[in-house]
Design a protein around this ligand. Structure first.
Ligand code: NAD
Ligand code: UGA
Length: 450
């Protein structure tokens, strides 16, 4: 079994970058990325690829048209593939059994049905999406029921983080391949072994691989909620969250990564994957385990609401008619992704309290900001976007920093202070700005965990 033709269904934040790196590192493999979203595919084939991710442009430019192709012809791409990655979205279910918690597998099921209809030979089907434990069983059933071909189903979850996706893909901590058939596992192993050290490629049974992905996200999110709970405790006691995090992080059993206090985690995965874990724990009769992990989410929501309310309190208990600049709308730096971005809840709270909000984000468009808050139809006219930090800060009573973009470290606060109202408040919810410069400019400063 040798992989020569890969098709990836789903040209999103995972499928696009992952397949670009595979194509770049494996010139002998033809890689086709397909999606039902024609606009997204057109963007992948243009000079303006749909995802902002440092380093991605260069990789796409090298491989596209050589051995990397983006297409909407899903059936043709399935027919020609010996290995198909399923990298479609797996959002939280909004209706039916498990609504609000369980993962919605409708896109995965549609993929499996389509693969069954069009596959022409033995095909390795790879779960790249993050899925509930034992989904491979369901996929196998669909394939067997709807096709005469033979299939192997592997689980190869993705651990990349947005903003560092290319670095993570080119030099991963580990690659995980779960499967039953050693031949199929070996074939996918061989693909990654083209650029990843063999000892970093972990092979397991399918269920461990599915489970490990959910568990990894839960453990990471838990660290953010833990440090954020302590950030509030620091604010109440004059302990300093940076000093506390440094002490915690220097214990090698704990480690220094993922201990940065902030506004709370966002992104498309932590919340949905923990909800899914909670649902699965309940399903397996483990309510205490479910409640334990759910608390990670409760703490995350609490941190976002706490900081939004704190802004209102510091501005005299009401913000009606006040003008507030929001710096950073993406859920973290170096991405244009706003899914579950904490900025959405903060803006909502301020708009509902009557404030005027002006958003600046280096990579998120004004249209995207409007679209993300369009559910607040009555407040739309009080939401604006600006093209620079200084423009956002004209006449404001307060500035809130919600994403840790590198350019915010270098803000010229003396210049900003000439735009804002006198003694305006700066709320640094990411602890990422030049605090001395803010104070020197005569502005009031609040920093998370300080
Ligand atoms: P995404 O929404 O950016 O992309 C998914 C794409 O799949 C969309 O473009 C959609 O049009 C397409 N699609 C859905 N059903 C389809 C079908 N039947 N046929 C063709 N195309 C179809 O999602 P994403 O962020 O890339 O995430 C994909 C999966 O990877 C999720 O399960 C997620 O949990 C997981 N994951 C995401 C990240 C991340 O950083 N975003 C990291 C690791 C794992
Ligand atoms: C996360 C995981 O890090 C990836 O390993 C995983 O593959 C991915 O989810 C997924 O399954 O989708 P991602 O959500 O892209 O990646 O970004 P992270 O860097 O993990 O950040 C998540 C959120 O936590 C961001 O809002 C970030 O600002 C916040 N965070 C992170 C903190 O507040 N403090 C930290 O110390 C670290």
């Amino acid at each position: 079994m040798k992989i020569q033709n890969i098709t990836c269904i789903g040209a999103g934040y995972v499928g696009g970058p992952t397949m670009s790196v595979i194509a770049d590192r494996c010139p002998h493999i033809r890689v086709t990325v397909v999606d039902m979203n024609a606009e997204r595919i057109a963007a992948w084939n243009s000079d303006h690829i749909p995802i902002f991710e440092p380093g991605l442009d260069a990789v796409v430019k090298r491989a596209r048209g050589e051995n990397l192709f983006f297409s909407t012809d899903i059936d043709a791409a399935i027919k020609s593939a010996d290995c198909i990655f399923m990298s479609v979205n797996t959002p939280t279910k909004t209706e039916g059994e498990g609504a609000g918690r369980a993962a919605d597998l409708k896109y995965i099921i549609a993929c499996a049905e389509q693969i069954a209809r069009s596959a022409q030979d033995h095909t390795i089907v790879v779960e790249k999406s993050t899925l509930p434990v034992r989904t491979a069983e369901k996929i196998k059933e669909i394939l067997a029921k709807n096709s005469k071909q033979s299939f192997d189903v592997l689980s190869n979850p993705e651990f990349l983080a947005e903003g560092t996706a290319i670095k993570d893909l080119e030099n991963p901590d580990r690659v995980l391949i779960g499967g039953e058939n050693p031949e199929a596992i070996a074939a996918l192993f061989e693909v990654y072994a083209q650029w990843v050290a063999k000892e970093k490629i972990i092979t397991t049974n399918v269920w461990s691989a599915e489970m490990a992905k959910l568990a990894a996200n839960a453990m990471l999110a838990q660290r953010v909620s833990s440090i954020n709970s302590l950030s509030a405790f620091c604010e109440a006691t004059e302990a300093d969250i940076d000093e506390v995090a440094k002490v915690l992080g220097s214990d090698s059993r704990i480690g220094s990564k993922f201990l940065k206090a902030g506004i709370g985690f966002g992104g498309s995965c932590f919340k949905k994957d923990i909800l899914n874990l909670v649902y699965l724990c309940e399903h397996h009769g483990l309510p205490e385990v479910a409640a334990y992990w759910e608390q990670v989410l409760v703490m995350n929501d609490w941190q976002k609401k706490r900081i939004a309310q704190l802004v209102i309190k510091k501005l005299g208990g009401q913000v009606k008619g006040k003008k507030i600049a929001v710096l950073g709308f993406a859920f973290k730096k170096d991405t244009n992704d706003t899914r579950e971005a904490p900025a959405i809840l903060v803006c909502e709270t301020l708009l509902q309290a009557g404030a005027e909000v002006v958003v600046f984000d280096p990579k998120v468009s004004a249209q995207k900001v409007q679209a993300d808050l369009s559910y607040l139809s009555t407040h739309q006219s009080h939401l604006k976007s600006a093209n620079t930090v200084n423009d956002a800060c004209v006449g404001v009573d307060a500035v809130i920093v919600l994403t840790e973009w590198d350019q915010f470290k270098m803000i010229d606060w003396a210049s900003v202070a000439t735009q804002t109202k006198k003694s305006a408040w700066i709320f640094d919810a990411r602890n990422c700005t030049n605090h001395a410069a803010i104070r020197a400019a005569g502005l009031n400063l609040w920093v998370v965990g300080k």
